[in-house]
Design a binder for this molecule. Structure first.
Ligand SMILES: [Zn+2]
Length: 427
């Protein structure tokens, strides 16, 4: 494996409970960060990446997405979550072929690489084709096969999950797995019990939609005969659980979640788009609940740009808090990096730039020019990363020492071909 020297960059580090930026060089060997020093001399054996005028930061971690949903971009305009799922998404999903899923996944993964995300937590079906795309593009992913049984297909889905998980390759360390019941309103008690059993049997986390919309509160009560939080605790207490959304947690919910091994994957753009209320992430973090960031599928989240997610995550807290303290740019950066790594159980490997961690690193262009005019004067580089940066500023994306994009060229694939192949899936 090639050794990489990232030279002359401004490196974003987490030190003494703070986010700081220092001029440092970084050496990557065997996929890991082996040195972070003021000056590391170049050598002919290194792949040299000049990071002059760039921020070098941990790759972003998208903790809730539906990888193939690139093809549903901008289909949610003007409809409620229920209407959108029932009338626009599920009928089309039923007709998708394996090739469609592969092509749609490739499109999402190049979008993800080009906007600086190095790890994605998926929640979908036809998982073999998603895994094939993930392998082809060498990103890091948590994969699954979603379980739900509103249409009585429970056993088939459990079998599909098992065969998917059991055909994993040993030593394929970029791909890990979760058990993913769709939600408490789309899974009967039987499906939730089966999911908990699978998670325990294989020692995997749970990844579930939880309180995405206030509409589901009554549906959950009708289906299970108790409150959402009681259902969650009944089945998943003691299992590490990724809760997508949690827009409307009350005092009792928070009290119970604090006793469970779980955290929130907050998807601010999708929540706003579907009119699903605003999760009070300021409070969740104050209460000690881990909050990370996600985009959700592009159907409701528009895109996989985690810089946009960071910015909106900060801004919307102003919509529910007035002058009191609320999350800042620094917290948004934690949410998109180290908090995400913790939520996915990967924080010993990724989530920060540290010696010994895997080299999941991105470079963000801050050159003084017209394209970056909104960053200057750059008196607060950390705030600028959150408020004035988009995924288009990312020049280079590295996952475990593999350079997937350099100077905005994605390696090893024909981007135009991928765009073309996903164009006509939804007609
Ligand atoms: Zn979702």
């Amino acid at each position: 494996m090639e050794k990489i020297l990232i030279k002359n960059g401004k490196v974003l580090l987490f030190e003494n409970n703070d986010v700081i930026i220092k001029n440092r060089d970084i050496l990557v060997e065997e996929g890991k960060i082996t040195k972070i020093e003021e000056k590391i001399p170049n050598s002919p054996e290194y792949h040299l990446i000049d990071a002059q005028n760039q921020i070098v930061m941990p790759g972003l971690i998208n903790t809730h997405a539906h990888i193939p949903m690139s093809i549903f971009r901008e289909t949610s305009e003007g409809v409620s979550l229920n209407e959108w799922l029932n009338n626009r998404i599920w009928p089309i999903e039923d007709r998708l072929t394996k090739q469609d899923i592969y092509n749609a996944s490739m499109l999402s993964l190049i979008e993800m690489i080009s906007t600086g995300t190095t790890c994605i937590n998926d929640h979908y079906f036809m998982s073999e084709q998603i895994r094939e795309a993930v392998r082809k593009l060498k990103v890091r992913a948590v994969l699954t096969r979603v379980i739900m049984d509103v249409d009585n297909n429970l056993q088939e889905r459990i079998d599909e999950f098992k065969s998917f998980y059991e055909t994993r390759l040993p030593d394929e360390d970029l791909i890990t797995y979760s058990v993913a019941p769709h939600g408490l309103y789309t899974c009967t008690d039987k499906a939730l019990q089966a999911s908990a059993n699978l998670a325990r049997q294989y020692n995997l986390p749970i990844h579930i939609h939880f309180l995405e919309s206030i509409d589901e509160i009554d549906d959950i009560k009708k289906l299970h005969g108790k409150r959402a939080i009681e259902v969650l605790k009944q089945y998943f207490n003691g299992i590490h659980t990724v809760l997508a959304h949690g827009v409307k947690l009350d005092d009792e919910d928070i009290k119970v979640l604090k006793t469970m091994d779980c955290g929130i994957a907050h998807n601010p753009i999708s929540n706003l788009r579907l009119g699903c209320k605003i999760a009070d992430t300021t409070r969740y973090l104050q209460e000690g609940i881990n909050v990370a960031l996600g985009t959700d599928g592009q159907g409701s989240g528009s895109n996989l740009d985690m810089f946009e997610a960071m910015r909106i995550a900060c801004l919307i807290q102003g919509g529910i808090h007035e002058n009191e303290a609320r999350i800042t740019a620094k917290e948004a950066i934690y949410m998109a990096t180290i908090n995400g790594a913790k939520l996915l159980g990967l924080n010993t490997k990724i989530g920060s730039i540290e010696v010994g961690k895997d080299a999941d690193i991105i470079l963000v262009d801050i050159t003084k020019n017209l394209d970056n005019i909104i960053m200057y004067p750059n008196s607060n580089e950390v705030a600028n990363l959150v408020y004035n940066t988009t995924g288009r500023n990312v020049t280079t994306t590295i996952v475990k020492g593999n350079v997937l994009m350099e100077n905005r060229i994605i390696k090893g694939v024909d981007v135009n071909e991928i765009i073309k192949s996903a164009e006509n899936i939804i007609k």
